[in-house]
Write a protein that binds this ligand. Structure first.
Ligand code: HEM
Length: 183
């Protein structure tokens, strides 16, 4: 996993809980905690940090990842405004993740292994989004989507309809905009 993701986790934890808590997570995870944004680090290191955060903050590992994704979105909007500026809505931004955002991310961070989502656009404006990755970071993806809603000032109803952690073959997200719902 690229160092940028570790840098984001550090920023989010420090912003909400302070530098001492980040230092505690580094110690508990048994990692050295030095990450350059373009460097590549073992996925196990991220898992160890998420595990340490789960113990320290009293959240499940999925809750840590979801929270991290939600809170990372304002930082991503600050550091990468170009990904957001061309979009007037969360739906349009989310639909650009495969063909624009993660394509650019792979150019910026050589070796980045970004997931590919299969989208279905429904007649009522809702989206279905399939996620398959050996990293099993679906909760991070959920947090990114929810954080995108906050960024665009929209209420989003997010259903994790299928999940590999519940024994399903893949994760399927159903994303609905209640204000667009047709009754
Ligand atoms: C709603 C929008 C987005 C969604 C749903 C999303 C989802 C994800 C997920 C689930 C991963 C984990 C990797 C895996 O599962 O194998 C990931 C990785 C990543 N994403 Fe996105 N992402 C979004 C937007 C962005 C944006 C705006 C950036 C801006 C830089 C970004 C940069 C990255 C990077 C750097 C990685 C790590 C790749 C690696 O270390 O190999 N993503 N994304």
């Amino acid at each position: 996993m690229k160092g940028i993701v570790f840098n984001l986790l550090q920023d989010v934890v420090t912003q909400h809980h302070g530098e001492d808590v980040w230092d505690d997570l580094i110690d508990a995870a048994g990692v050295d905690g030095v990450y350059t944004s373009a460097g590549s680090y073992s996925d196990d290191e991220m898992a160890a940090l998420v595990g340490a955060a789960s113990d320290k903050l009293g959240l499940s590992q999925s809750e840590v990842l979801r929270w991290f994704g939600q809170q990372a979105m304002p930082l991503l909007a600050k550091h990468y405004p170009g990904f957001f500026e061309g979009h007037a809505s969360a739906r349009s931004f989310i639909l650009s993740v495969n063909d624009i955002i993660h394509v650019e991310v792979r150019k910026l961070y050589v070796g980045a292994e970004c997931p590919y989502f299969h989208f279905q656009e429904k007649a009522d404006g809702s989206l279905s989004m399939d996620y398959r990755s050996t990293r099993r970071l679906c909760a991070l993806g959920q947090g990114f989507v929810e954080g995108t809603g906050v960024h665009y000032g929209e209420a989003i109803d997010f259903q994790h309809a299928q999940c590999i952690d519940r024994g399903d073959a893949a994760c399927v997200f159903h994303i609905r905009w209640p204000q667009l719902a047709v009754s």
